[in-house]
Design a protein around this ligand. Structure first.
Ligand SMILES: [Zn+2]
Length: 282
């Protein structure tokens, strides 16, 4: 178990933890010293050989007293992603092994929530069986942020047909927007910008709160530099505003922050510092 938030257990479902792209490419407005700044905040953040930022791809399994909820479904196996060779037609076992290590069977999962509909968050929605894409989680409701569903159904034909359409056609999908609750402990926070319908996830149990960022933020260094845009933010200014609001709320409410792509263990408490934030080492 990664952590407990009141009555909710949080388990990390790790698919990969590999070098991705260089910091200079990923944070285009961060300036020439972006690599040094990231390394100062997170030692070992970049691969010594390639210089690329190491980017975990992970979901989080939430065990509430009532439900099993998977937040984000990583890249998946056999998917068509030629733009990212490491993700193209993967044949990995780590995601399913992590799920088993958390004591969960695919049939046990009640909800799959995609924070947004990018490749590395929807992959295990489906798997290839006898040449057909079928829902990986046969009894789950798949929660799709509706503004993303609108956009990606129009603009990402391969991704949508492999990883989203099969759960829609199986009658297992539900379009949701910010404010939606999944049971009594988990709700969706609006963090648009990275994608139009991007949501982050609030876990609340008694006085304990945590937030799963999704792709509202990508590295601990962005706590100090929330103005850094990410290469794949569709609307960088809106993403920055969402990031600042999310972090401001997390600092104010003393929430634990689960950074979906933060260096492992991807778990921090933060506090405000000037007009930015810092990791609260206490
Ligand atoms: Zn991502």
């Amino acid at each position: 178990m990664l952590c407990r938030i009141g009555d909710v257990e949080v388990w990390r479902i790790l698919e990969s933890n590999d070098p991705f792209k260089t910091p200079e490419e990923l944070f285009p407005n961060a300036g020439a010293d972006v690599r040094d700044i990231i390394e100062r905040h997170v030692s070992g953040a970049c691969c010594a050989q390639s210089g690329k930022l190491i980017l975990p791809v992970q979901g989080f399994l939430l065990k509430t007293p009532d439900h099993l909820i998977l937040v984000d479904a990583c890249v998946g196996n056999d998917k068509t992603v030629p733009s990212t060779p490491d993700w193209h037609q993967r044949k990995g076992t780590r995601f399913m092994d992590s799920l088993a290590a958390a004591g969960a069977d695919v049939a046990d999962v009640d909800y799959v929530l995609c924070t947004h509909l990018h490749t590395d968050h929807v992959g295990w929605n489906t798997r290839l069986v006898d040449g057909r894409w079928v829902p990986t989680f046969p009894n789950a409701k798949y929660m799709l942020p509706e503004a993303d569903d609108d956009f990606f159904s129009e603009h990402a034909e391969v991704l949508y047909s492999e990883s989203v359409s099969p759960v829609v056609e199986a009658g297992q999908s539900e379009r949701v927007s910010a404010g939606h609750m999944l049971g009594d402990y988990v709700s969706l926070i609006p963090t648009p910008g990275h994608t139009p319908g991007h949501v982050s996830v609030l876990i609340k149990s008694g006085d304990a709160e945590a937030v799963i960022t999704g792709d509202a933020i990508h590295t601990t260094a962005q706590l100090a530099h929330p103005e850094w845009h990410f290469k794949y933010d569709m609307d960088g200014d809106q993403a920055e505003a969402s990031r600042r609001a999310l972090l401001g709320n997390a600092a104010e409410r003393n929430q634990r922050v689960l950074g979906s792509h933060f260096a492992l263990p991807s778990l921090e408490r933060i506090r405000a510092k000037g007009d930015a934030f810092e990791w609260d080492a206490d």
